[in-house]
Design a protein around this ligand. Sequence first.
Ligand code: ADP
Length: 176
Amino acid sequence: MSDWKSRLTILQDDITALDDVDAIVNAANEQLRRGAGVCGAIHEAAGPRLAGLCQDIGHCSTGEAVATPAFDLPCKFVIHAVGPVWGAGGGDREDELLASCYQTSLRIANDLHCASIAFPSISTGTYGFPVQRAANVALEAIRVGLVEFPEITDARMVCFSAGDLEAYERALSEIA
Ligand code: ADP
């Protein structure tokens, strides 16, 4: 199926400002603790009940994801995906683990009957994954997921900076 590109939008925004998506993805850590970056912004907007529930869940392995309600955020769910920390040269399965974050999140969104989902640029902040390489991995993983889950009709890649937007737009233009 080749219509996946029409179901993907790449934009520059604050992911917590989106008020018309079913789920947003959090760039979480394995402890599911409130961190800095997009994780901190999501917790701030969702309110303290999110941290309480995350503490009860307690753990999520790298490359995996877990869904919670979104509490005070306007979406229905937050899907907490744990991206890999970038190692020395990417030789520690970073690409595979990053792809798994996107694909697992799409699978969970599909299971929860979400038609729309928004992703941040997982792992490219504190976790240090080079953004162009991450963009290439992310969009290929999203392509596979959107082909697998046709009921997800609106996927968004939300870039925080103009430089990130450029990297993801370049990645999209390079995918057949
Ligand atoms: P990680 O630990 O997975 O690297 P970070 O939160 O440090 O996660 O960074 C991931 C990406 O999220 C970075 O590109 C950062 O600029 C971006 N980011 C930070 N705040 C927001 C936000 N409110 N909305 C969207 N993206 C954000």
